[in-house]
Ligand binder design. Structure first.
Ligand code: PXG
Length: 441
């Protein structure tokens, strides 16, 4: 136990995606972390059931990643990514390309998942234009999709709360596939549910409405995470791929959450055996240690840009902190740790244990569904009458009091631990959840 830390003035900070006033009355501050555990400001150890926020796949403060960042900070702090380079940026791109499926072999680095998504959308439109199909400017997203908070991301995303304030200023011409969540057909499925592949055929209807010649790309999370872990129905992603191929649409998998071992494969693309044209990444890329995202593109997309005079900039896009040396150092070290400790295989091995533990909550008071894939899990609760989301938040608070950090998505409790979690820690998370769910109103 560490000594309790005095609380700072909580007033000036405007917290993201947070009920600020409620939080500041009852703050939950974390002051240090190691492996699977946080230490709270009042000196308690909390088991992290959500890998920070789906990102610390190698656990917290892994010594090899910490050391790499420390060393880099003292050696080369910053280099502009525009017309200049540094060796680690190229090395990390090659390492990511090695992990990515098939011909997805070029990487554009950014600083977050939101930037990765907006960058991917621009790459898609530019690709079509370079090929003489500049009229392909529409995007198709999906209901219950989360693609970050940029204007592109909220436009293709399907979360009402994130969109409703900005209705008039989002991208034009975006349409949405239906989501695949269905309790009547799929409750308590283990892994991908059997029902729902036909929902991908809605893409044909959307294409018929707008005409394929106006559509640049379809973007989906291989497994939607933020809206409560919705594994794709069996055969669904394959159908999306086939329809995209038929109509010349690029298929973008947003793997900000599902990348780097979260679903068992390097990427969900490999877990499900479906190759998109573009993958967006972030989070696990650096195991959450330094902010970084990226866009992994198919060779033919990169090649389409590498035309025109050699002296000319091919893509007028980039960020001051693209290829940041601290981020690339963290990224290379994280990928080393994943490889050296065989963490993706570890995640695959633990997935059935995780599945069993979560599905053991079936029959528990308030529970109406349990879903899982790899080390992504969700326990959906019946909403309290007239107070949506409040019951799940009560569960979050109750678990935190009992030393386990979970996340909520509406009335769903979400779990997504680091790949270093042990079997007994999985049991601890499930049993803490059970005891708290039984006691909340
Ligand atoms: N795409 C996906 C699929 C994500 O999950 C982003 C893009 C945006 O990444 P940045 O780095 O810009 O935040 C995300 C982010 C939650 C939650 O409650 C998840 C995210 C962000 C905030 C909350 O599950 N994922």
């Amino acid at each position: 136990m560490t000594a309790a830390t005095t609380l700072p003035d909580l007033g000036p900070l405007w917290m993201p995606f947070t009920a600020n006033r409620e939080f500041k009355k009852n703050p939950r501050l974390l002051v240090s972390a190691q492996g699977m555990y946080y230490t709270t400001h009042d000196g308690r150890r909390v088991l992290d059931g959500i890998a920070g926020l789906w990102c610390c796949n190698a656990g917290h403060c892994h010594p090899k990643i910490v050391e790499a960042v420390r060393e880099q900070a003292g050696k080369l702090d910053y280099v502009t990514a525009f017309q200049m380079g540094h060796p680690q940026a190229f090395e990390l791109a090659a390492r990511v390309a090695e992990l990515a499926p098939g011909s997805l072999d070029h990487v554009f680095f950014v600083n977050s998942g939101s930037e990765a998504v907006d960058t991917a959308l621009k790459i898609a439109v530019g690709y079509h234009r370079l090929r003489g199909e500049g009229q392909r400017t529409r995007f198709i997203g999906r209901e219950r999709g989360y693609h970050g908070v940029g204007f592109g991301g909220i436009s293709v995303g399907g979360m009402v709360a994130n969109r409703k304030m900005f209705g008039g200023v989002m991208l034009n011409g975006v349409d949405h596939l239906p989501h695949t969540h269905n309790l009547e057909h799929n409750a308590y499925s283990r892994g991908s549910p059997a029902w729902g592949a036909h929902l991908a055929d809605e893409l044909e209807r959307i294409v018929a409405l707008h005409d394929a010649s106006t559509i640049a790309a379809v973007i989906v999370e291989a497994v939607p995470g933020s809206t409560g872990v919705l594994p794709p129905p069996q055969g669904y992603l394959e159908r999306l791929r086939a329809i995209c191929d038929k109509h010349g649409l690029l298929l973008i998998f947003d793997e900000v959450i599902t990348g780097f071992g979260r679903t068992g494969g390097n990427f969900a693309a490999q877990t499900f055996g479906v190759q998109p044209d573009i993958i967006t990444i972030a989070k696990g890329l650096t195991s959450g240690v330094v902010p970084m995202g990226g866009v992994v593109v198919d060779k033919r997309i990169y090649d389409a840009y590498m035309t025109g005079p050699e002296f000319a900039v091919e893509f007028f896009h980039g960020y001051t902190y693209s290829n940041h040396p601290l981020a690339t150092a963290a990224g290379i070290a994280a990928l080393d740790v994943y490889r050296d400790e065989d963490l993706f295989a570890r995640g695959r091995k633990l997935a059935p244990v995780f599945e069993q533990a979560l599905h053991g909550l079936k029959g528990c008071r308030h529970v109406i569904d349990v879903r899982n894939i790899g080390l992504m899990g969700a326990v959906e609760l019946a909403p309290r009458a007239g107070q949506p989301t409040v019951r799940a938040m009560d569960v979050l608070r109750g678990c935190y009091e009992k030393g386990v950090l979970v996340r909520t998505a509406g009335d769903t409790v979400v779990l997504t631990p680091s790949l270093i979690i042990s079997e007994s820690e999985i049991t601890q998370i499930a049993e803490t959840l059970r005891s708290v769910i039984q006691t909340v109103a």
